[in-house]
Design a protein around this ligand. Structure first.
Ligand code: DGL
Length: 262
């Protein structure tokens, strides 16, 4: 048993989609969320830069006394998770990978799409996962152009967001694709907009949030790291950006928590 918090890190707001699943599945666990904010978006940056940001973030979380880190960012996972695991070899570090495997296994049309950042889609990690699980399934790779910026501005419900989502998703509709995998943790915040472009077509939208929460639960049990439930959990929010950004992160998380409690 271990009542220390779990650290969750993302380039910005996106990891809150993972934070939501962690809160839902592990209500007794304390969570410390670090949304970089200052260097976001990561998607077009080099592996070296992202590795440096991720290392600084994990150093911060470790200084806060966390027992585990969830890299709630596909881009930072593809760039840096191996480095982070070798530097902090005595602490579990959970990465985020697009749900290519379940999508390929259940695809009826044998053609799926993965939406992710430019960096993730050209990374070795993505390519090796896709190769390993795709088999005869064709994987169409698409960058969610502008999606991260829209979520960072909390502008998901704007006509601009609707247009950005339409221009990315509409071309996929005539391609005999039956799964759209959200391979960036910001994208689940645009799920309603994505689903509205899909309409009543038989296409599933899949993200990795719940699978990651399940993996964290398994690790907590496996290494005897779960909170003992004697203390109420606490939630903290950190950022490398200005206080205003950190406060927005916290407000957004509080709204997510209220929705979960409904
Ligand atoms: N949320 C991130 C991801 O899962 C990265 C977004 C970005 O900073 O470009 O890939």
């Amino acid at each position: 048993m271990d009542n220390r918090a779990i650290g969750v890190y993302d380039s910005g707001f996106g990891g809150l989609s993972v934070w939501r699943e962690l809160r839902k599945m592990l209500p007794e666990e304390s969570l410390i969320y670090l949304g970089d904010g200052k260097n976001c978006p990561y998607g077009g940056r080099s592996r070296e830069d992202i590795t440096a940001f991720a290392t600084e973030a994990v150093e911060h979380l470790v200084a806060e006394g966390v027992k585990m880190v969830v890299v709630g960012c596909n881009t930072a996972t593809t760039a840096a998770v191996e480095h982070l695991r070798s530097r902090w070899s005595d602490m579990p570090i959970v990465g985020l990978e697009p749900a290519v495997k379940p999508a390929c296994l259940s695809s009826r049309t044998r053609r799926i799409a993965v939406l992710a950042t430019e960096h993730s889609l050209r990374s070795e990690m993505f390519l090796s996962t896709a190769m390993r699980y795709a088999g005869d399934v064709e994987v169409v790779k698409v960058v969610g152009e502008g999606f991260v910026e829209l979520v960072e501005r909390s502008a998901e419900h704007s006509p601009e967001a609707e247009a950005a989502v339409r221009s990315v998703v509409e071309p996929l509709l005539g391609m005999n694709i039956d799964k759209i995998v959200l391979g960036c943790t910001h994208y689940p915040f645009l799920r309603p907009q994505i689903e509205s472009v899909i309409g009543d077509r038989d296409i599933d939208v899949i993200d990795s949030g719940e699978a990651v929460a399940r993996r964290v639960k398994w690790l907590l049990e496996r290494y005897d790291l779960a909170a003992d439930g004697t203390k109420p959990p606490h939630y903290k929010f950190l950022s490398f950006a200005e206080e205003h950004y950190r406060a927005r992160l916290q407000e957004r998380a509080e709204r997510i928590a209220q929705e979960l409690n409904k």
